[in-house]
Design a protein. Structure first.
Length: 433
């Protein structure tokens, strides 16, 4: 049997397993080991399992993932999300659509210290949704705002998705973090503009909340010091040359823990819950990583990346035509798996194509993360939509997707802007040299 046929069968079996609800990491590992055994032999394939698993869980570079996950867990249980929302809401909640604006701003602030889209969406489903419903926001638009705000978790540092992309492609994680800042701020501005436009078109969808006095505003502002200090400490240390990315993750987790203790926001049960949550999530991520590495060996031995590169570059549709094909693929995959799995599964295949076409790998990382996050909110599935549905419970999927549609259009426009003006992603990383 030829290696081309084995590679095709491997992908068919992989997607059959995923459609059969086999966990993505397990599916990739099974196909990778089975395909490697078909080409090389059973004994080398079995040896590969132990070597890959041990090398992955003991690799210093991969230590950045559980550390940032632990930081996000401490941040979530210590109530920083509620404080960010309260501060934003006291300043702009009295405006038409102001509670929606506050939700987007608070999501951006929380994303900057948690780095997780799913955590951001789940947290603000409990923090912002009741407030929006109290002031008569329709269920559809309220959940749509939260879903859109949730996607910001992957853009701002410390984004775990950008970390994994950087590890796989051997790109500078510090530069990737910088590259996500301007597109992330652009997303915030465009989401707020979308809410304002909807409010102009349908004022009944975005009623204003009560005006807060300056005393209440200043009191709310005082509570925001904790996330600001934590963000400045982690990012300042990273770009000030004090920490490597892995050390920044450890310092961030330690900083979030100490701030929570000092403010008496962490008790023994909450600490235990945070440790268990971070451990479970890290175990899931490492399972996918190990499976992806095993699958990657199978791809390497069948020369699939090289053949895909040769095929796509020979289509004659130009580099941007190929880029559109790749982005369309990610939108489809968004219906099948989460962001991390998509990045781990596809980047080893797609990245050689991107470099062969001459695209900047840092810029491409931001483009792919944006596309993946869009895949997490678009119909017919959308992972973030599932998260919101599971947390809120009293809304159906149709209602959430209806509210998300204006923001999907906004994201498509934002992608077009970033493709037309790559400097939006490359300017800040270029300052590092």
């Amino acid at each position: 049997m030829s290696t081309d046929l084995i590679a095709v069968l491997g992908f068919v079996v992989l997607f059959v397993l995923m459609l059969g609800r086999v966990p993505v990491g397990m599916a990739m590992g099974l196909v990778g080991v089975g395909g490697f055994a078909a080409v090389v032999g059973g004994v080398p394939a079995l040896r590969l399992i132990g070597q890959t698993a041990m090398r992955t869980v003991t690799d210093y570079t991969f230590g950045v993932i559980p550390m940032f996950l632990l930081m996000g867990a401490f941040v979530s249980v210590s109530g920083m999300s509620r404080e960010l929302f309260r501060a934003a809401n006291t300043f702009i909640g009295h405006r038409k659509g102001g509670i929606g604006f506050a939700t987007i701003l608070a999501c951006a602030g929380f994303a900057a210290i948690s780095g997780s889209s799913v955590a951001t969406a789940a947290t603000f489903s409990t923090v912002a949704y009741p407030e929006m419903r109290r002031y008569r926001y329709p269920k559809s638009f309220a959940t749509g705002v939260i879903a859109a705000g949730g996607t910001l978790g992957a853009m701002f540092p410390p984004s775990t998705v950008l970390v994994v992309y950087g590890i796989i492609t051997e790109q500078d994680i510090s530069k990737l973090f910088l590259a996500g800042i301007v597109p992330g701020l652009l997303a915030v501005c465009m989401y707020i503009a979308t809410i304002a436009m909807v409010g102009t078109w349908r004022p009944d969808l975005v009623p204003a909340g009560p005006r807060a006095g300056w005393g209440e505003r200043l009191a709310a502002l005082k509570d925001v010091w904790a996330p600001l200090v934590l963000f400045a400490f982690v990012i300042g240390g990273l770009y000030g040359g004090l920490f490597t990315p892995t050390e920044a993750g450890g310092m961030g987790a330690g900083g979030a823990f100490l701030i929570g203790l000092l403010r008496r926001r962490l008790n023994r049960e909450q600490i235990r819950h945070s440790l268990l949550q971070a451990t479970r999530t890290a175990a899931a991520v490492f399972t996918v990583l190990i499976g992806a590495l095993l699958f990657g060996y199978f791809l390497t031995i069948t020369q699939t990346p090289q053949k895909v590169t040769e095929y796509l570059t020979g289509l004659g549709i130009g580099r941007y035509g190929i880029l559109l094909l790749i982005m369309g693929m990610y939108l489809v995959l968004g219906c099948l798996m989460d962001a991390m799995a998509m990045i781990i599964l596809t980047v080893p295949i797609i990245f050689p194509v991107v470099t062969a076409l001459g695209f900047d790998p840092i810029w491409f990382g931001v483009i792919i993360v944006m596309t993946v996050e869009l895949g997490l909110i678009h119909p017919p599935v959308g992972m973030i939509v599932f998260v919101i549905k599971s947390v809120i419970g009293d809304v159906d999927f149709y209602t959430i997707f209806k509210g998300v549609l204006p923001f999907i259009v906004t994201d498509l426009v934002r992608l077009a802007i970033l493709i037309a003006f790559p400097i939006l992603a490359t300017w800040l990383p270029g300052l590092l040299g």
